[in-house]
Design a protein around this ligand. Structure first.
Ligand SMILES: Cc1cc2nc3c(=O)[nH]c(=O)nc-3n(C[C@H](O)[C@H](O)[C@H](O)COP(=O)(O)O)c2cc1C
Length: 375
């Protein structure tokens, strides 16, 4: 983790480990959820400038995702197939005993030379918890549990004879050995979190390394960066920011916009509506109604993490310029999804990324500082 205000903008991609691709649409998607496809993709991604891959966690069919590969095992397989890519495994508190997961991730960290990371998601899919026989906690209780979960991960990774007495989890003299690798600037595997409600923001300020936002325009991300950074400052911490965006880069803006139009025109209407109803369990269920999907339109939800809102849609120059505008506002990492992964990840690496790096070099030459989070 560099302290330079000019640290390069980082890039992650969503691992397509659930079927149906990243958009809930009948448009042709040359993306596959199989291991063979994903292995090829991970190698291609690390050779095209991607720093991270983020796996999704889903235990059963829902809203266009009929098949799902389990996130921690799939992430390990991708780590072993690559050399530099960091793979972030999404996990739900509630389904894992956190010290057991800490042990698993420590082993994964050793197996991968220090490239393990985790995304703690508090969950929105009540049907999944019910089907697996776990109680479905009220929204802010899910966050109280998630925060204890992260505390147990960190304690297990950093302390001997770790003690913890929480409402959800306990440690009574746990010695995790070996600890994960202690790398410069990365004392433990990085802890990301997904969720944008008021409870999510407060938790990020207290315990998370990274805060992921659903797709947002400039004002939408700035508002979150300011609130989370202020919360972190109270605890003498800094948090880094990742922003989701569905990336449609084409030779011309017209072609890119036409692709977006076709994705939305061919939306699986029933699945999008079902998803909209299910995610009312997220921020919309809280008293201030802030959080993921709180103000999403039908079109926004066709990319199920509001990825169109970020508007990384256009020619390579347009996308690179917009990426830099987000960086100036404090975004450290863009989390990307694509329609046809293999083709488009390569197109991104060849055509978009070099422009991003040129624009960054220009900013540095002009000494224009970037970011409010002190990347
Ligand atoms: C980048 C990102 C990735 C996420 N990945 C998953 C996931 O794989 N599985 C899942 O159930 N929820 C996932 N979530 C959603 C979380 O479950 C989230 O905590 C929940 O929807 C509540 O959000 P809220 O704080 O806005 O109410 C993700 C969220 C973000 C921002």
């Amino acid at each position: 983790m560099s302290s330079s205000p000019y640290a390069p903008l980082q890039f992650a991609y969503w691992v397509p480990n659930v079927s149906g691709g990243l958009v809930t649409s009948e448009i042709e998607q040359r993306t596959d959820w199989s291991y063979d496809y994903n292995k090829k993709l991970a190698i291609l991604a690390e050779n095209n400038g991607f720093d991270y891959a983020l796996s999704q966690v889903r235990y059963m069919a829902s809203y266009g995702a009929a098949y799902q590969q389990e996130s921690t095992s799939f992430s390990l397989a991708l780590l072993l197939a690559t050399e530099r890519l960091k793979v972030i495994a999404a996990v739900h508190p509630g389904f894992w005993q956190p010290a057991v997961l800490a042990k698993l991730l420590s082993t994964v960290d050793h197996l991968s030379g220090g490239r393990a990371a985790v995304n703690v998601v508090s969950g929105w899919f009540k049907g999944e918890f019910t089907a697996l026989g776990e109680p479905w906690l009220e929204h802010d209780e899910r966050y109280r549990r998630a925060e204890e979960f992260i505390q147990v991960l960190r304690k297990s990774w950093t302390e001997d004879n770790a003690q913890f007495a929480g409402d959800f989890y306990r440690l009574r003299g746990y010695d995790l050995k070996p600890k994960p690798l202690d790398l410069p600037g990365r004392p433990t595997p990085e802890i990301f979190q997904g969720g944008n409600s008021t409870a999510a923001r407060a938790m990020a300020g207290r315990v998370s390394d990274w805060y992921f936002s659903n797709g947002k325009d400039f004002d939408g991300i700035t508002e979150q960066i300011e609130e989370v950074s202020a919360a972190a400052q109270v605890h003498g911490r800094t948090v880094k920011f990742g922003l989701n965006g569905f990336l449609i880069a084409r030779d011309t803006e017209k072609e890119a916009k036409e692709t977006l139009r076709e994705i939305v025109a061919k939306a699986n209407v029933e699945a999008v509506h079902g998803f909209r109803d299910a995610v009312a369990q997220a921020g919309r269920s809280t008293s201030d109604k802030k959080g993921m999907w709180a103000d999403s339109s039908f079109e926004d939800l066709v990319q199920y993490n509001d990825g169109f809102k970020t508007k990384l849609i256009g020619s390579p120059e347009q996308i690179a310029e917009r990426a830099i505008e987000y960086k100036k506002r404090g975004v450290n990492l863009l989390l990307t999804g694509f329609l046809h992964y293999l083709e488009e990840v390569e197109y991104f690496g060849k055509n978009v990324l070099p422009i991003v790096r040129e624009l960054e070099a220009e900013l540095e030459r002009k000494e224009i500082p970037v970011g409010v989070a002190g990347a």
